[in-house]
Design a protein around this ligand. Sequence first.
Ligand code: QAP
Ligand code: CO
Length: 168
Amino acid sequence: MAILEILEYPDARLRTIAKPVTCFDQKLSNLIDDMFETMYDAPGIGLAATQVDEHIQLIVMDISEDKKDPRVFINPEVTVLEGDPEKMQEGCLSVPGFYEDVERIEHVLIKALDRDGKPFELEATGLLAVCIQHEMDHLNGKLFVDYLSALKRNRIKKKLEKAHRMRA
Ligand code: QAP
Ligand code: CO
């Protein structure tokens, strides 16, 4: 297993559109394990393959307190069950140190494949619903900062660019 490098905003590779997974092989299984290790190490509650520069429709997530509920979503699709938007504070491993309110659909039906390629369905509300929408945005090249005002987004961009310059 390995801890992978997480791309950070405004890295252009975060704008890549992910392709569906077609091959459920050992390579995919290894990537899933590495993504869990990377997410738990951060620590985070969700990570999309896009964030580790792998442009396939794969998400790992664990919203439990004790890292006891690892979930894998491959080629996910979301259907709106109740359209009422819910405001929740979001963060992102690709936007470290920044947290802002974003409006998301509060009740969704998720259809996805598990790590063996077996289809499953899951009704989600609360944090799980918010998190799957956040992670599916990554697969479409979208970040939570895109929902903020240009002023807030640019402030975050400048601060992260400065941090990256200091690191280099
Ligand atoms: C997405 O985000 C999410 O800034 C997952 O310094 C977050 O795991 C969906 C993290 C909140 C819904 C609500 C962020 C870790 C982790 C940071 C994460 C940081 C260290 C973010
Ligand atoms: Co994120």
